[in-house]
Design a protein around this ligand. Structure first.
Ligand code: GRF
Length: 203
């Protein structure tokens, strides 16, 4: 069973999707710790409701990002975390976490990376007039929204689309894709080749 640590900053609907996928038996994992960069994140309530231990960090802790990440890495290690799952975490992960969990930090982004990186992936794609956007799950590196891509799902943007409708479809895809990718990891199907490209093995 995969031991997951989840990092978040907000509503935590992706956390909820992972909790639900575990509860339904789809995902062979356990969330052993949730770390929030904000003490008012609703995701903390979702974690508590599921009986998951939580840590909330205050803004001051992040004044020194390396110190914050040393602290987070130590707590994740202490909880026996195998994979670190960023789910709406609005901070960049830095060297202490990346070194403690090499190729074991994941992020989900609501666009087809490397397009529309940043905090407004859905709106940026919508306003750019592209006909196709989507969802990306990738291993994180020290740059924001970068690192080897594990999976992507495309979502068409229709001519009469609204931003709200698109957001809803993107989030619905996220909530399916993240648990699916985590189950690939749980099943040992994910590897990174010499070109640092991700390969998914057969079930
Ligand atoms: C998601 O759209 C995710 O792709 C992005 O932040 C959002 C988090 O939403 N990185 P939630 O907190 O999981 O509801």
């Amino acid at each position: 069973m995969l031991r997951l640590g989840v990092l978040l900053s907000g509503g935590g609907t992706n956390l909820q999707a992972i909790i639900d996928a575990i509860a339904s038996g789809f995902l062979d994992a356990e969330i052993v710790l949730v770390v929030s960069s904000r003490s008012d994140a609703y995701g903390l309530k979702r974690a508590a409701a599921a009986g998951i231990p939580t840590i909330a960090l205050s803004g001051e802790v992040y004044a020194d990002p390396a110190l914050a990440d040393r602290l987070i890495a130590a707590e994740l290690a202490r909880a026996g975390v195998e994979y670190v799952v960023m789910a709406g975490y609005m901070r960049r992960v830095t060297e202490p976490i990346l070194t403690a969990f090499p190729d074991r930090v994941l992020n989900i982004h609501p666009a087809l990376l490397p397009s529309f990186a940043g905090a407004h992936g859905i709106a940026d794609a919508f306003h750019a007039g592209v006909k196709l956007t989507g969802v990306t799950v990738h291993f994180a590196d020290a740059a924001y929204d970068r690192g080897p891509i594990i999976a992507q799902r495309a979502i068409p943007i229709e001519e009469d689309d609204t931003l709200e409708a698109l957001e809803e479809r993107v989030h619905a895809v996220e909530h399916l894709l993240y648990p699916e990718v985590l189950q690939w990891l749980a099943a040992g199907r994910v590897s990174i080749n010499d070109q640092r490209h991700v390969c998914i093995g057969l079930p």
